[in-house]
Design a protein around this ligand. Structure first.
Ligand SMILES: C[S@@+](CC[C@H](N)C(=O)[O-])C[C@H]1O[C@@H](n2cnc3c(N)ncnc32)[C@H](O)[C@@H]1O
Length: 336
């Protein structure tokens, strides 16, 4: 059944649907974006492209960032959050194998059945698919290298509007065959005012708050004690923008909400300030993707004259492709 038909059914029975539930349905329903059986979802021929799909240099830079913190690591357990095609782990394996670093286990957290099946078919190494981050099984002599690219921006979020000292939830309804945004009372208003009390909200400001993201951060906090290196790269911000960061992409083009319902990827800007706060005990390092590449690209690629490498470096570093250099950031932290 098409997403639009499912959406209409929900609106008919509930009156409205939250932005978060709508996006969860659109992304992860059996016929949703991440589960639709298409040949290549994340690629030049698909709907969007990501840094690991552009070049292995991205993964090599993450390895170098890890090695910089963990000089000569032995027995490494790889954990990727939201691997998609699995390309980033492939590149990371290639680089770490070249450095003679032993990989003891590979674990993936991947919600899409389509990607899980694809990974099982195409990758030559054994992977443990986790249902929850907390079900990770790690032995005491392993170093956990945990990484992600564009995982956190795929986590759906609720949106609220601030009006006359209260937050109202932004929801979707349908009237006279047209989809409309409505603002509804929420019991969470006081909680949100408290949680974001350091911000001065004005009438009309929009707040994005995701209980899904909060749950993932809590789970990560539970498993990350010591002997780990965490690095995440995403599209996001350091200070609440107080406006919607929702992006819709289809066939490599940005589209507007309700323009179409099938084959659309929905994502939100990631609140890096919140991630920094949750992991402040590890003193996180926050840099732009440009700095990630400039600081951690392995030296053998730094002075290359090879044309495809130069082109890939330029894309990761610069503004020419979705502002990859500056609107994508990297957060990393570790404990030995
Ligand atoms: C934007 S794609 C990025 C894929 C890949 N990391 C890349 O850079 O090409 C987001 C990935 O995260 C996965 N994902 C999104 N939300 C998830 C969740 N709640 N739990 C597990 N995986 C999730 C998606 O299925 C998809 O593989």
């Amino acid at each position: 059944m098409p997403i639009k038909t499912k959406l209409d059914k929900i609106i008919r029975s509930m009156g409205s649907i939250s932005i978060q539930d709508f996006i969860e349905l659109s992304n992860f329903d059996n016929e949703g974006f991440y589960n639709l059986d298409e040949k290549s979802k994340i690629s030049k021929d698909g709907h969007f492209i990501t840094s690991p799909e552009i070049t292995p240099l991205f993964g090599y830079s993450l390895c170098n960032q890890f090695i910089d913190a963990y000089n000569n690591p032995s027995k490494v357990h790889l954990l990727e959050l939201g691997p998609g095609n699995g390309t980033l782990t492939n590149d990371i394996l290639t680089y770490l194998n070249k450095q003679n670093i032993k990989i003891s286990q590979i674990s993936f957290l991947e919600k899409s059945n389509y990607f899980r099946e694809n990974i099982k078919k195409n990758l030559s190494y054994k992977v443990d698919f986790l249902d929850h981050i907390t079900s990770l099984s790690i032995s005491s002599d392993e170093i956990l290298f945990i990484y992600s690219n564009e995982f956190f921006d795929a986590i759906s979020s609720k949106q609220y509007v601030f009006r006359d000292d209260n937050f109202y939830e932004i929801r979707i309804t349908k009237k006279n065959s047209e989809y409309k945004i409505v603002y509804e009372d929420t019991l969470l208003s006081e909680y949100l005012k408290n949680f974001y009390s350091e911000y001065n909200f004005k009438n009309g400001d929009i707040l994005e708050h995701s209980n899904n993201l909060m749950n993932y951060l809590e789970d990560l906090n539970f498993i990350l004690k010591n002997n780990f290196f965490f690095t995440a790269t995403d599209y996001g911000y350091q200070k609440l923008p107080k406006k919607s960061t929702l992006r819709l992409i289809s066939n490599h083009q940005p589209i507007k909400l309700f323009d179409k319902f099938e084959n659309v990827d929905y994502s939100f800007g990631v609140n890096f300030e919140l991630i920094k706060k949750v992991f402040r005990k590890f003193n996180p390092n926050f840099i732009s993707q440009k700095d990630l590449i400039e600081n951690f690209l392995p030296k053998e690629f730094k002075n290359t004259t090879e044309e495809s490498t130069l082109k890939a470096k330029k894309i990761l570093n610069s503004e020419i492709f979705f502002n990859m250099g500056s609107s994508f950031s990297n957060i990393s932290f570790f404990s030995k």
